[in-house]
Design a protein around this ligand. Structure first.
Ligand code: NDP
Ligand code: 2IT
Length: 453
């Protein structure tokens, strides 16, 4: 990194020493944009770097609630309002016991550039709580969501900040959060996205992140004169993003060999087909069960239990053509990345946010793997959230076909823009640099035009 860029990074380390996920995201980003901001006339961009890292506003609050046993519970809630230069803050809410300031700040930081890449007028934000939804009753989830929104409602609004789902927050939670917002504000607006279709939700929003991810993969493969047809694919996770990633791969003639949850991995060499996916979706979304049950129904598959402390993940050690990490941050370390390369994978598209650690990313780069970072590859979710905001504003609902077509166009445009930025400022097919630079330039220009705020 050039001196001025390095100084920005060092200042962050000094100010927020205990935020490793934020440091990781900022480091990758600064490395990408460093060459662009180094020389005249663009040196002026250095003036916005410290402001990009510092959130416009950080809200931390108490969430008191009462469980089914009448016991008082408390959690910590957050909303990081990172950057509003392109529009209202926009980004998901995560409910997971690991949630802390570092994780949400990295997610909010990434969200700013992701939203910029969609081409829609959205700033970036992220929020959530260190709440563990596992094992909670529906009543407890509802009580928790209502208490969470009782405070959050003071800080959001359809023209201010529009949250959505992320890990642990799906349509059930968005419904409860929306209901409570309405009670408090006595106002029906598009203050959240991912709503039920009967009360303002957009068709295709549940599918959007996974479908968009595969539209991106399609665009990248097309650039190489190839398609997904017949490709063997590794998918991690079994949540919202993973499920619709698998669905779209199957629709396009690919074969899916793996899925996972936080307790273990399924490897099914015969392929996870539509029937098996339907079983998995019912298991995860309705029964809220563990994927270990999959092998009782499909005994020819293999289940490998995981504690999370293993040196590597067997899921990434399977011969395949494409890999789609769709679970969580840093799920691919350097050993996993080496396995992915060794096993012949040519394309890695990130459905999760920052699933590959820095060493892993370097291994992909060295091996010449086509690697699309989350901020470009998983932007389809927030893009359709942006389309939901538009529909709410005009009080109309667009058809499934219409939204899906717009999603495809947006993903193709993102591919074109990050490819072009890579060719102009970095090297051909360096989608990390392309995504960071293309996302950054738009945000930086808007910040400068608005007086460096
Ligand atoms: P979900 O909560 O629906 O699913 C998360 C999945 O990841 C579950 O299968 C979960 O397993 C698994 N998982 C969680 N933690 C771990 C872990 N430590 N090790 C292994 N597996 C784990 O979340 P989403 O599908 O919505 O989100 C997945 C990723 O995609 C996240 O990185 C999120 O930020 C990102 N993303 C989500 C978007 C969206 O629209 N929802 C948009 C863009 C990105 P278990 O069931 O055991 O918890
Ligand atoms: O990481 C993400 O882009 C999301 N969780 C979706 C955010 C949104 O506002 O739809």
């Amino acid at each position: 990194m050039h001196k001025a860029t390095q100084e920005v990074y060092n200042a962050m380390l000094q100010k927020d020493p205990n935020q490793p996920e934020l440091h990781q995201a900022v480091k990758v980003f600064l490395n990408s944009i460093d060459s662009v901001v180094a020389d005249e006339p663009r040196i002026v961009y250095h003036k916005v770097l410290d402001r990009l890292i510092e959130p416009e506003r950080t809200i931390i609050f108490r969430i008191p609630w009462i469980d089914d046993n009448g016991k008082l519970q408390i959690n910590r809630g957050f909303r990081i309002q990172q950057n509003s230069s392109l529009g209202p803050y926009k980004g998901g809410l995560r409910f997971h016991p690991s949630v802390n300031l570092s994780i949400l700040r990295f997610l909010a930081f990434e969200q700013v550039f992701k939203n910029s890449l969609t081409g829609l007028p959205m700033g970036g934000g992220k929020g959530g709580a260190d709440f563990n939804p596992k094992g909670k009753s529906d009543n407890e989830i509802m009580k928790f969501c209502q208490s969470f929104m009782t405070e959050l409602a003071k800080h959001i609004g359809s023209n201010t900040d529009v949250p959505a789902g992320d890990m642990g927050v799906g349509s059930r939670e968005i419904g409860y959060l929306f209901g409570q917002y309405k009670r408090i504000q006595n106002e029906v607006t598009g203050v959240l996205t991912g709503k039920g279709v009967s009360f303002g939700g957009s068709l295709i929003r549940p599918e959007a992140t996974g479908y968009g991810l595969i539209y991106m993969a399609q665009a990248v493969l097309k650039g190489e004169g190839d398609t997904l047809e017949g490709k063997k694919c590794l998918v991690s996770g079994t949540g919202n993003v993973a499920q619709f990633t698998v669905q779209k791969i199957l629709q396009l003639g690919g074969k899916v060999l793996t899925m996972s949850d936080s307790n273990g991995v399924i490897i099914d060499e015969e392929g996870i087909d539509e029937d098996k996916l339907a079983y998995m979706m019912n298991l995860k979304n309705v029964k809220r069960g563990r994927i270990s049950e999959y092998i009782t129904r499909y005994p020819s598959a293999k289940y490998i239990a995981r504690s999370g402390a293993e040196e590597y993940n067997e899921l990434w050690n399977v011969k395949a053509d494409c890999a789609f990490p769709c679970a969580t941050q840093n799920e691919i370390n350097e050993i996993d990345a080496q396995h992915i390369v060794k096993n012949g994978v040519k394309l890695v598209c990130e459905g999760a946010n920052m699933p590959t650690n820095i060493e892993g990313q370097q291994i992909f780069k060295k091996a010449g793997i086509l690697y699309v970072p989350g901020k470009a590859a998983n932007a389809g979710g927030v893009a359709v959230s942006g389309l939901e905001m538009s529909q709410n504003s005009e009080r109309l609902s667009w058809t499934k076909e219409n939204v899906d077509e717009k999603l495809q166009q947006i993903m193709e445009t993102i591919y074109n823009n990050i490819s072009e930025a890579a060719d102009t400022y970095s090297t051909h097919n360096n989608f990390t640099d392309g995504a960071n630079i293309a996302g950054f330039l738009k945000v930086a220009d808007a910040m400068i035009a608005q007086g460096y705020v």
